[in-house]
Design a protein. Structure first.
Length: 376
């Protein structure tokens, strides 16, 4: 039976989410914009679901907008922040280890003439808070920094970024991509000092195709619509709402408890001890998040390892760490031995992960290292 240890890429949909989606597609199939009872019932369910997700995020329901995914949320937040502050400066701060949903918009800003500072990580994938403080200037209009890195599991100093903005007297707005952090590490937008927070459903056992963006309530009246069309999402994100995905998102969030994350951390901690004890396996870092463990087999390439393990029904990722023989932008930015970068693997865990699955992975890696071959 296949073993799935790539939960940072996506998660299996939990039974509660499946049931909620089916109910929304059958019993509650109305368009929430329709004024007759079936439509009104769908609208009421949508708002109840919004309250569930917003409550878990720690914001007001009216501050939370549904999106199609994390990429949309990141792009929307960046474009909105730049539009709001376009007359106040020309400088943006981010990190070199952001998701491509942030890095690509940053490259687009550079092409338009904006100055973008990309902060570099240390060898564990962490960003120095002092470097953040030194990067923020009076003409900085946006800081975008992920909460948890998706490849190494490091926790980035988002709160320090908020403090740096105030200390510099900067008008900068603060965005964090919290896709990997939502429900897994404790935070609220207010605690972080953020103006925008991106999350998505398929990292927390909801279906793909649903996400959300927190917008600080003081900013909402100033935000221009993401799209032009109907008046859905208070006119800021038009389009008929995907009520089935929304219902599933809320159900998955409700099913996730603090104990869920602690159980995941227990399996990850066991994996860190078990895998690092194998001769030929290096632990890049234990990470801060409860679900992501970056390791390396420096004698092999991550891409080849993923393919070989996949042939045995073991699903892990190179964490985008090896693309056409090259380390990913995350590992490339980290001051690591080139062979460690090239042989990197990301093992990531979910609520269904077990120690027995870790033992199976360990056995496969032991075979590879002992026999110095990817053949089984």
């Amino acid at each position: 039976m296949p073993i799935y240890l790539d939960h940072a890429a996506t998660t299996p949909v939990c039974p509660a989410a499946v049931q909620a989606a089916v109910e929304a597609m059958t019993e509650g199939c109305g368009n929430p914009s329709s004024v007759y009872p079936l439509g009104k019932a769908a609208a009421q369910r949508r708002e109840a679901d919004r309250a569930v997700v917003a409550g878990a995020l720690g914001c007001l329901p009216e501050e939370f907008f549904f999106t199609s995914c994390g990429t949309e949320g990141d792009n929307w937040a960046i474009s909105a922040a730049v539009e709001l502050n376009r007359r106040k400066g020309n400088h943006v701060v981010t990190t070199a280890i952001e998701h491509s949903a942030v890095l690509e918009p940053m490259k687009a800003l550079q092409a338009k003439g904006f100055e973008v500072t990309f902060l570099k990580p240390d060898k564990t994938g962490r960003i120095d808070p002092q470097a953040v403080a030194e990067a923020v200037r009076p003409d900085t209009i946006l800081v975008s920094m992920m909460l948890v890195n998706n490849e190494v599991g490091s926790l980035l100093p988002v709160r320090a970024a908020a403090d740096a903005i105030r200390a510099a007297g900067s008008p900068a707005l603060l965005h964090t991509d919290a896709v990997q952090g939502f429900l897994k590490v404790p935070f609220t937008p207010r605690e972080l000092g953020t103006d925008f927070v991106t999350i998505c459903g398929h990292k927390v056992r909801a279906p793909k195709g649903i996400g959300g963006l927190y917008i600080k309530k003081e900013l909402i009246p100033k935000i221009k619509p993401l799209l032009l069309g109907g008046g859905q999402e208070r006119g800021l994100r038009p389009g008929t709402e995907p009520t089935a995905q929304i219902a599933a998102f809320a159900a998955a969030v409700a099913a996730w408890t603090p104990g869920t994350s602690e159980a995941i951390r227990g399996v990850k901690d066991y994996a860190a001890e078990r895998l690092s004890a194998i001769d030929g396996v290096e632990l890049i870092d234990r990470g801060d998040a409860p679900h992501i463990l970056p390791i390396s087999l420096p004698a092999f390439s991550g891409q080849s390892l993923v393919e070989a393990l996949g042939s045995q029904g073991m699903y892990v990722s190179s964490g985008s760490a090896c693309h056409r023989g090259r380390p990913s932008h995350v590992f490339a930015a980290m001051p690591l031995n080139p062979k460690v970068k090239l042989g990197a693997l990301r093992v990531s865990f979910g609520p269904e992960s077990t120690r027995e699955e870790v033992d199976t992975l360990a056995g496969l890696l032991e075979h590879i290292c002992k026999n110095k071959t990817l053949l089984f």
